[in-house]
Design a binder for this molecule. Structure first.
Ligand SMILES: [Zn+2]
Length: 248
């Protein structure tokens, strides 16, 4: 059975920037990928005279080109760029989406990250979306009596196997993208309105080297992976048991 992957990121380009190599490797293995994008990316311009409709149209076109390279389906949740909050409405939208797509893996932003690399304040939309996804996954997705109108409308509870948090300071999973780095750049540069080729290549090469360093990989993407399960205590019992077995 094909691996089903759902990404829920704040802006067009986040999936490609933060997990593009990993998504390409899964795509090669036949994964079915759905890219959910919470905002329209409507603030993504340096030209203050550019009409919002033109920014949105360009970003949708770029996202469609990226999705074609991943053979992925795109879902727009339609929130306004730069103003996202982890509301119950967003949590419910994410629960509906997860129950509809029924993914094995969910990827999103690590909501705990405020700063990175000593030179970057994490976008508040990233933290808000990460928080909404985490709060959708526990406990709402598995309980029919949370948002009962969703269950009544046919969105039955579904628990993914793993949550993958991107751009994290606490990685526990590394994906080797050494052989996929150029393909990742091609994928990311479909978002031409956001990424000038040369500095982008340099920055992402450095980030990939940095992520791979602890594992001796020339280029990697790293994630904080959280295992999920329908019954929390049983999941924890198995997980802690295997951690004890692994101890030296
Ligand atoms: Zn973003």
């Amino acid at each position: 059975m094909a691996l089903r992957v759902l990404t829920v990121f704040a802006h067009p380009d986040d999936a490609e920037a933060l997990a593009g190599g990993t998504l390409l490797s899964w795509r090669t293995q036949g994964a079915q990928i759905v890219l959910a994008i919470v905002t329209d990316g409507d603030k993504g311009t340096h030209n203050e005279n550019e009409p919002t409709s033109s920014v949105v149209a360009k970003r949708r076109e770029e996202q469609a080109a990226a999705a074609a390279l991943l053979n992925a389906e795109v879902r727009w949740l339609g929130y306004e760029d730069s103003l996202v909050q982890p509301t119950l409405a967003l949590r419910k939208d994410v629960v509906r989406l997860i129950r509809e797509v029924r993914p094995h893996l969910v990827l999103t932003h690590d909501p705990t990250v405020w700063f990175r690399h000593g030179a970057y304040i994490n976008h508040p939309d990233h933290r808000a979306v990460g928080q909404a996804v985490v709060e959708a996954l526990y406990p709402a997705v598995k309980k029919a009596n949370v948002f009962p109108d969703l269950a009544a409308a046919g969105y039955a509870p579904w628990v993914p196997e793993e949550l993958w948090l991107a751009a994290t300071d606490e990685p526990n999973r590394w994906v080797d993208i050494s052989h996929l780095f150029e393909a990742k750049m091609n994928l990311l540069l479909t978002h031409a309105s956001q990424f000038p080729p040369e500095p982008t290549r340099l920055v992402f090469r450095r980030l990939a080297e940095e992520a791979g360093k602890t594992k001796g990989l020339p280029a990697a993407e790293s994630f904080r992976v959280i295992r999920l399960g329908p019954r929390t205590v049983e999941l924890l019992a198995g997980h802690l048991h295997s951690e004890l077995d692994d101890a030296p």
